[in-house]
Design a binder for this molecule. Sequence first.
Ligand code: FES
Length: 97
Amino acid sequence: MLELKTRKTQIKLTPETGLTILDHALKANVDWGFSCTRGTCARCRCYVAEGRELLAEASEAEEDRLEPEELAQGYRLACQCVVKEVGTISVTHKPYF
Ligand code: FES
């Protein structure tokens, strides 16, 4: 189960391996703010509350854009963050602005 939360919405869907968190949000018509899809704008930034181990490791773009402490705390870029294994994942949209 993949739970996606934004300020306005909270939905649950079935995660698919190989897709990013942003891919899932867009497929489900969730209004998940984003812009570049390349890991540079950080508008898609999110907090992974549950299931961090089910996601692929941070991409180079995420390592460049996010502070090491943010990554350690569970912040990711939804456009870069790929589901690696199916299970319970909970992600909240947390852009800087
Ligand atoms: S959409 Fe720009 S960093 Fe994800």
